[in-house]
Write a protein that binds this ligand. Structure first.
Ligand code: ADP
Length: 193
């Protein structure tokens, strides 16, 4: 089983590209953002705990996110999937280390992180446009500023973590959706599926 992650600032297009990849390859898929939003919608204990954090555009604790991920990896193995795609995870160095440890235990290698690279003007424009229809309580300018800060402070350092052993693959995320998808597939096709 291969394991890959798709990363990028808010609005970089992680969800859009993930959908295309899951259609094309037989991958299990987890968006930690979507999973956490579901906890809130379902009104679970976790959901109540994280609401104000997420609305502010800050990161949820590594422990909460870690619990979600453990279950997803187990289910993907049980279902005999060819791969697993993480969207929006890992988002901190701690999470990257947790993921390596978890996958190692299962005998799975982490093949790499695909980073969608998009300039900030474009990101903000995309999100404010998405806000008209997304219904997401964190799609407003102030929350996006916080999400961008969290991205620079906590997520960008993991690119160096993966670059050290050639597991970071940057992709220009500013063009047409379909062309970006082709660039990503070209990278995935170099992994042993
Ligand atoms: P975006 O990338 O547009 O911010 P996501 O759906 O990936 O959208 O994430 C939305 C929010 O969910 C984040 O701002 C954060 O609060 C929380 N979140 C998602 N993934 C993680 C993670 N791996 N670690 C901590 N918090 C997360």
């Amino acid at each position: 089983m291969i394991a890959i992650a798709i990363s990028g600032a808010p609005g970089a297009g992680k969800g859009t590209q993930s959908e295309l990849l899951v259609d094309k390859y037989d991958f299990a898929y987890i968006s930690t953002g979507a999973a956490l939003r579901k906890e809130m919608a379902d009104g679970t204990e976790i959901g109540k705990k994280i609401k104000s954090i997420m609305d502010n555009g800050e990161l949820v604790s590594d422990d909460i996110v870690g619990e979600i991920i453990v279950n997803v990896v187990r289910k993907a193995e049980e279902a005999g999937k060819k791969g697993i795609l993480f969207d929006g995870f890992p988002r901190t160095i701690k999470q990257a280390e947790m993921l390596d440890e978890l996958l190692n235990k299962e005998g799975i290698d982490f093949d790499g992180m695909i980073g969608l690279e998009v300039g900030e003007d474009i990101l903000m424009a995309r999100i404010l446009n998405r806000a008209k229809t997304s219904g997401r309580s964190d799609d407003n300018e102030e929350s996006v500023r916080h999400r961008l800060d969290a991205y620079h402070e906590k997520t960008a350092p993991i690119f160096d973590y993966y670059k050290k052993d050639n597991r970071y693959f940057g992709v220009n995320g500013e063009g047409e959706v379909i062309n970006i998808n082709k660039d990503i597939c070209a990278i995935i096709d170099t992994f042993k599926i």
